[in-house]
Write a protein that binds this ligand. Structure first.
Ligand SMILES: [Zn+2]
Length: 347
């Protein structure tokens, strides 16, 4: 599927590489390179489920979605000290800048940090990472802590942590991630309602590990303003119609779906049918080193599937419009990514 991608025509490749980009669906922990995670684990005396850095890298070849979650959690457990958050965020900004990403909203797997961490110190370390990363790279990153569905007991603590970070100016919203099958939206309605009442923006992964009803539940029961993935909405024309009518932004991450087996290796990716259906598609990388991808690679994948550079730019504009920035900043971002060459004033 993606092992030997054919090169794009030079003009298309240059346009894709040069395009100023906006990323709304990427996990800070999943964006760390395997060697960085290995070094952090060594420094913190945390045992990874692999004896050597090479074996750790090999562990990233997933058998299925549950195996991916296992690797993701093992990698996240290497994070123990406040400085890890600073280092992780500085590295994250640099990797985003390298692909021409000008603005990012990124998830932080907060269910993993609600016990055993000094939350005040973590929030300070995060603020430092955001400030340093922005100063060094020019990229603007905003963070959305998310609840891992498979540990619903952490949801109140994640909300409290997120609200504390909102006051400190480092968090803008609340997300829902992790294992979708078996953990429906109904388990999280109260916490999401409270988040919305407190001015947090809300987003949920749905229609990835579970079907179209999960997407409907995320929109209708949780009030999710955007849907992470959402690809399985195609299983129910009624859900497709609802998403089209409301133009709910869908954060589609094609390589992620192939790597976790949500989409079969020899199947066409649903993103093409979603575009065809008039849905509000945006494109993202999810966990780039874990899925051996980048946002630029995701755009290359769409271009190989026949999506023109002009259309790719409209998907970036859609992402800018779907961002959780205040109105004036969002308008500046939209102008920046709409302009040829991205020369308009930035956020
Ligand atoms: Zn995700």
């Amino acid at each position: 599927m993606t092992s030997e991608p054919r090169p794009l025509p030079p003009g298309v490749e240059a346009a894709v590489a040069a395009m100023p980009k906006v990323e709304l669906h990427v996990h800070v922990e999943g964006a760390q390179r395997p060697d960085t995670v290995w070094a952090m684990a060594q420094r913190n005396g945390v045992a990874l489920p692999a004896p050597t850095p090479e074996a750790w890298r090999a562990f990233y070849r997933y058998r299925d979605f549950a195996h991916f979650i296992q690797v993701y959690i093992a990698a996240s457990r290497a994070i123990r000290a406040p400085r890890d958050f600073t280092d992780m965020l500085v590295a994250f900004h640099a990797d985003q800048a390298a692909q021409g990403i000008v603005y990012t909203e990124a998830f932080l797997s907060a269910s993993l940090y609600v016990e055993g961490f000094d939350q005040g110190a973590v929030l300070e370390a995060i603020a430092e990472g955001l400030a340093l990363g922005r100063a060094q790279s020019g990229v603007v990153v905003r963070l959305i802590p998310d609840i891992a569905r498979q540990v619903p007991d952490t949801q109140r603590a994640v909300l409290a942590f997120t609200l504390a970070g909102q006051k400190a100016g480092v968090f803008i919203g609340l997300g829902l991630g992790g294992l979708e099958a078996g953990y429906p939206p109904a388990l999280f309605t109260e916490v999401f309602a409270e988040a919305r009442r407190n001015g947090l923006r809300v987003v949920a992964h749905a229609g990835e590990g579970a079907g179209a009803e999960s997407v409907r539940g995320a929109v209708e029961a949780l009030g999710a303003e955007r849907i992470g993935h959402g690809i399985r909405c195609l299983e129910d024309p009624g859900v497709v119609a609802m998403l089209r009518e409301r133009q709910v932004p869908l954060e589609v991450c094609p390589m992620s779906n192939y790597r976790t087996g949500v989409v079969a290796a020899d199947a066409p990716h649903p993103v093409f049918a979603m575009l065809e259906a008039g849905l509000n598609v945006t494109v993202h990388s999810d966990d780039p080193p874990m899925f051996d991808t980048t946002l630029t690679d995701e755009f290359r994948f769409l271009a190989r599937g026949g999506v023109s550079p002009e259309r790719l730019r409209t998907l970036t504009v859609a992402a800018a419009e779907a961002s959780f920035l205040p109105d004036d900043e969002r308008e500046r971002l939209v102008a920046r990514v709409s302009a040829q060459g991205g020369r308009a004033p930035g956020v």
